[in-house]
Design a protein around this ligand. Structure first.
Ligand code: GDP
Ligand code: MN
Length: 380
């Protein structure tokens, strides 16, 4: 889960990493009030889950509340790399003498946390890595040994930071960033730029913070930061209903029970010459409400041209799923053809319920391959 800059900075502050004071604003008047409260020069920053906001015109300095309001009006609603700006972060402007870069991420190859530090901040780190690899200092942290201050010193020297004032502050920031990385179960914590002010004060001017989805259950406060508005409507509904849903880019919507069966259904669709639009995993359930939820989510995806239900009845009984399908179709109207393949517990009863009581757009097939072929054909 990616956090917005303002959320990442909130975590930075919690772990003692210096940032500038700011306010969140969702409207022009709120932005004006925030600028008034902060006083002096402020920076108006688009909050979107993508980088390069500066280049796209989503970051502007303002000398007065009036100017902040003008920038807010221009930035709200702006499209930055496909992300519409709905929130602004209004921050007390900083004077910048230098822009550095500091990040910690997880190096899967080495199975260790990896710090990167360079004096060439402010720009894309990929650019620095490609053009000036020597300027980029790297340091792996052994998970058993844990993070040690001498390692941070080595990182700082390797990056060529020689001002003792800066060294001292960055040493502390590196340690705190590691604490934040571990404490929040992050996959990435990036500060770009990490600035040095003319008074030699070092602080985080930006934040990119990605938290491991699988650890969110441990961090209710961070899980709450998820902004459902940033997701397409069907993904939002899936998250709200706790349905496993993955968006793909073909035109056959897939519903199955169990990850293994769903994965093989994707393969069979490909074998039949089609492309899946998405998939939902009903898991071990398959009760009527689960089917209603999943069908609603799948059919809300405008790319879906046909739907394939692939159910293997084990503990889940196929007649129960059939009832779920019929109940779902009584509650929501689905125009797309629905192909159903049942196997396992009560498969015959399930098929019978659908052929006798189902609407015209239900097609019952008895093998997985036939069902996939039918679904692909009907999507064409
Ligand atoms: P990004 O473009 O999405 O990475 O957004 P950043 O938060 O990194 O800001 C981009 C650039 O805007 C920074 O590298 C700075 O040059 C500039 N900027 C951001 N905040 C301030 C500020 O408080 N004062 C000044 N002078 N420039 C800023
Ligand atoms: Mn940045």
């Amino acid at each position: 889960m990616d956090l917005y800059e303002y959320q990442g900075k909130e975590l930075f502050r919690r772990f003692g990493i210096p940032t500038s004071e700011g306010r969140l604003a969702t409207g022009v008047e709120e932005a004006r009030a925030a600028a008034e409260e902060l006083g002096g020069q402020v920076v108006v920053k688009a909050q979107v889950l993508t980088g390069g906001r500066g280049k796209a015109g989503g970051i502007k300095l303002a000398d007065s509340p009036e100017e902040a309001a003008q920038h807010a009006a221009a930035i709200l609603g702006m499209d930055i790399n496909g992300h519409v700006v709905r929130k602004l972060w209004i921050e007390r402007a900083s004077e910048i003498a230098k822009e550095y870069y500091l990040s910690v991420t997880f190096d899967r190859g080495e199975k260790k946390a990896l710090f990167m530090l360079t004096k060439e901040g402010g720009i894309d780190i990929e650019e620095v890595a490609a053009n000036r690899p020597d300027a980029l200092a790297r340091l792996h942290v052994d998970p058993l040994e844990g993070f040690q201050p001498y390692q941070a010193r080595r990182l700082i020297y390797a990056a060529g930071i020689d001002n003792p004032d800066e060294q001292k502050q960055i040493l502390s920031i590196v340690g705190r960033l590691y604490d934040a990385f571990i404490g929040a179960d992050a996959m990435l914590c990036e500060i770009n730029p990490l600035i040095v002010t003319p008074e030699d004060e070092v602080k985080a001017l930006d934040s990119k913070f990605t938290v491991d989805d699988n650890a969110l259950y441990k961090h209710a406060d961070i899980a709450e930061m998820r902004d459902l508005v940033a997701y397409p409507p069907e993904e939002r509904a899936a998250r709200e209903k706790g349905v496993t849903y993955v968006k793909l880019d073909g035109d056959v919507g897939i519903l199955g029970n169990g990850a293994g069966l769903v994965m093989s259904t994707l393969d069979v669709i490909a074998l039949a010459g089609g492309r899946p639009a998405n998939f939902c995993d009903l898991g071990g359930g398959g009760d009527a409400q689960g089917v209603v939820d999943a069908l609603e989510i799948i059919s809300a995806d405008p790319q879906v041209k046909s739907i394939l239900f692939n159910i293997f009845g084990g503990i889940t009984r196929c007649d129960e799923v059939a009832r779920g399908i019929l109940q779902a179709l009584g509650q929501i109207s689905i125009e797309e053809p629905i192909v159903v393949r049942f196997d396992g517990t009560n498969a015959d009863e399930g098929r019978q319920l659908l052929t006798e009581g189902g609407p015209e757009n239900i097609h019952v097939e008895s093998t997985m391959l036939d069902a996939a072929r039918r679904a692909v054909e009907l999507a064409a």
